[in-house]
Design a binder for this molecule. Structure first.
Ligand code: UD1
Ligand code: MG
Length: 448
């Protein structure tokens, strides 16, 4: 019954979107995406297991086997939705009368001004490059899930997937200027208002395409966390977009409408995946989903020209990445899995540890580990006789939450991390619109 009500709502929204806003069609496609993903997951999951795409749920008694890489279904549904969305997005430009020879005599919106009447090929190419980039990301993510690539190889995959986006950016927009904040201008007086970063701007965009997907992939290991953090990121982005769409300047409205158009359908497919991946997980999302979700936010930030704000939303992921660096760069041993340790006796999660007796950390890290322990940023185990460090907790935000708040059940742990992420994200957005205007001298939204 609920499905029929949802689908009827989607149909009505699709119909009325023609006269109002394409955002209504985005909500309709989000509902359709939710339904399609929710129906497809249980239907096709056994086929994934059949071809060997399954994983052990390491934090459950008996480590049951469940289908892996199911996020690929959400990603594929999303891509198809985005294809079907094109006519609704460009509805007002559809030609209804032509005298032939390619003339666009009458389009759906007859009342449009002449310059508005021209089909926005630039916008269309931007949209298609975003979809193409996401499609390449899904392909490379699938390669990782199928062949379990090494970290040193898979780390750079998203930059390869972002090539279509960067090339279209170069051809269509090509702006490589960044605004110089007012504070900098008072320290170093200059008449310039912007700085041209040239090729470095492309390196910056490629780095963002690498960072967002990988940072989601390494904040993982607890049921529901990969998809849960993506939903929270999507929600905070939408809060920010709504601020601009209601109070923003015309130029910023364009960018944030584009962001909302990509994120609303994403939330639909991600919520359906969350239903199956939340504790106790019936499926795993796989690296395909982490790359795909991360890439959505880089695409939105790059094409919307608000990549700094996008990075603000990634504060927990950035912290987790920076905190993980000693292990990622081999200064401290890094086990294959750094997820928390499950205790079968009480069903609780405890911080997992890196054993340092056989494989000691680099010498330079010994005082750092002791300092981090004093600051309660890790927990170390010291040999009573030799005073040597025997082990330390793995450096992930998940383990840190357990060090601070004590052992807890897996679902509580996931919810705690998502609540922290939501609070930080909303605070960051508030700070962006208060401190941002102090630093740059203006903000693109005008509070009454
Ligand atoms: C990243 C992390 C790794 C973490 C893993 C969990 C780094 C450098 N890598 O590796 O520490 O352990 O994600 O996804 O930080 N699994 C569960 N429960 C879950 C999610 C995953 O048991 O809720 C296990 C399953 O066995 C599953 C496997 O993790 O098969 C998936 O791991 P994978 O995504 O391949 O790990 P990485 O992304 O390489
Ligand atoms: Mg992973």
């Amino acid at each position: 019954m609920r499905q029929y009500v949802l689908l009827a709502t989607a149909t009505i929204l699709l119909y009325v979107s023609r006269h109002y806003s394409p955002l209504l069609a985005a909500i309709a496609f989000s509902i359709i995406g939710y339904q399609a993903t929710d129906v497809l997951i249980p239907c096709v999951s056994p086929a994934f297991v059949k071809i060997g795409l399954y994983g052990k749920d390491l934090s459950k008694p008996g480590k049951p086997v469940i289908p892996e890489s199911i996020g690929a279904i959400s990603a594929l549904v999303y891509l198809f939705i985005m294809f079907f969305y094109i006519p609704f997005l460009f509805y007002k430009y559809l030609v209804v009368i032509t005298s032939g020879g390619g003339h666009r005599d009458v389009s759906v919106m007859e009342s449009m001004a002449q310059e508005e009447y021209l089909f926005p090929h630039g916008k269309m190419s931007e949209y298609l490059s975003a979809v193409l980039c996401l499609q390449s990301t899904v392909l490379l993510g699938m390669a990782d899930d199928l062949f379990d690539l090494r970290w040193r190889h898979k780390f750079f995959l998203p930059a390869v997937a972002a090539i279509p986006l960067l090339v279209v950016y170069y051809v269509d927009f090509g702006v490589t200027y960044v605004l110089i904040p007012d504070v900098v201008k008072t320290w170093f007086p200059t008449s310039k208002t912007a700085l041209n970063l040239g090729a470095f701007y492309y390196i910056y965009m490629a780095s963002m395409a690498i960072f967002c997907p990988n940072s989601i992939n390494i904040l993982a290991g607890v049921n529901g966390l990969e998809v849960g953090q993506s939903i929270v990121l999507g929600f905070i982005s939408l809060v920010n977009d709504s601020l601009y769409l209601t109070l923003g300047t015309e130029a910023s409205k364009e960018a944030h409408r584009f962001s909302a158009i990509l994120i609303i359908p994403f939330l639909g497919v991600a919520l359906a995946l969350w239903k199956w991946n939340k504790w106790p997980a019936k499926v795993f999302v796989g690296d395909t989903f982490c790359y795909f979700a991360g890439m959505i936010f880089s695409v939105v930030g790059i094409l919307g020209h608000f990549s700094k704000t996008t990075l603000l939303l990634f504060i927990p992921q950035t912290f987790n990445f920076a905190y993980s660096c000693p292990q990622l760069f081999g200064l401290v041993p890094c086990p294959r899995h750094r997820m928390p340790r499950f205790n079968e006796n009480d069903g609780m999660m405890y911080p997992s540890r890196a054993e340092l007796t056989e494989k000691p950390p680099k010498k330079v890290m010994l005082p750092v580990l002791r300092l981090l322990n004093t600051l309660r940023l890790i927990d170390i185990e010291v040999d009573a006789k030799t005073k040597q460090i025997k082990s330390c907790t793995n450096m992930t935000l998940i383990n840190l939450v357990l060090v601070w708040f004590g052992p807890m059940r897996e679902d509580k742990l996931c919810n705690r991390i998502l609540t922290i992420q939501l609070a930080i994200g909303l605070l960051a957005i508030a700070a962006r619109h208060t401190l941002g205007s102090l630093i740059y001298g203006h903000d693109n939204i005008q509070f009454l």
